[in-house]
Design a protein around this ligand. Structure first.
Ligand code: SF4
Ligand code: SF4
Length: 110
């Protein structure tokens, strides 16, 4: 469940709520995103099948993620195996998400 940017989808609260079809967890996640990112989402919108799912549901930034599109276009498993790494897209996202940055560093260490 390691995404192209390094994030671990199986730890994402949206992914967990979706997998368990848990409305109470969806409500908690919506409240967390409102507090953390100023996102206004209804619990019905808290659904994601993970970054690696083809055509599956995604949420927020992951719906429009350039990193995902880039890896798919290059046919790469993730950015750690890309000769252009670290590119501007990845650096920008890792500045926004220290969690992804740390996970990506661990991915590179192997
Ligand atoms: S869609 Fe992008 S930001 Fe979201 S987990 Fe995948 S690579 Fe990371
Ligand atoms: S160019 Fe950047 S976003 Fe694209 S695969 Fe390489 S490291 Fe990832």
């Amino acid at each position: 469940m390691i995404a192209y940017c390094g994030l671990n989808c199986s730890r994402c609260p949206t992914f967990i709520a979706t997998r368990n079809d848990d409305d109470a967890a969806r409500e908690k996640t919506a409240a967390l995103y409102a507090q953390k990112f100023g996102m206004q989402l209804k619990k019905e919108e808290i659904n994601c099948d993970g970054c690696l799912s083809e055509g599956g549901r995604k949420i927020g930034y992951c719906q429009v993620c350039e990193i995902r599109q880039c890896c798919l276009g290059k046919g790469l498993e993730h950015c750690a195996v890309c000769p252009e790494e670290p590119c501007e897209k990845l650096v920008k996202f890792h500045e926004f998400s220290p969690e992804a940055k740390a996970a990506f560093a661990a991915l590179k260490r192997g």
